[in-house]
Ligand binder design. Structure first.
Ligand SMILES: [Mg+2]
Length: 115
């Protein structure tokens, strides 16, 4: 199971990488949607199972990234992170509202892949 984490804020990426390493997850973090798409397309040898993306990012936002993923990687499990708890529907399997506990969030997300 490989996780790809997309967030424009470096401190959050670093924090998540630390928790992911502690949890033993195969985890990669990138800063934006374009980088995420590049990585998804170049990871045939070790495909991404779960995409965790921030909603609010400069350039391509999380919704646009989920649109792309729905079209090109329909089997990918998508998780959306947002500061807005009014997001009612999206293309994500799970919506995580900020602030969240990193360790708990990773465990919850990983559980989606073993269902
Ligand atoms: Mg953001």
């Amino acid at each position: 199971m490989r996780m790809l984490f997309v967030d424009d804020e470096e401190p959050i990426r670093e924090l998540m990488c630390r928790y992911a390493a502690r949890g033993g997850y195969d985890f990669t973090a990138v800063a934006d949607g374009q980088e995420a798409i590049k990585l998804l397309n170049n990871s045939k040898d070790n495909p991404v199972t779960i995409l965790i993306t921030d909603l609010s990012m400069p350039g391509m936002d999380g919704m646009e990234l989920l649109d792309y993923v729905e079209d090109h990687f329909p089997d990918l499990i998508a998780v959306l992170i947002t500061g807005n708890d009014n997001i009612k529907h999206s293309k994500a399997s799970l919506v995580v509202v900020k602030p969240f506990n990193c360790g708990e969030m990773l465990a919850k997300v990983a559980a989606l892949a073993v269902k």
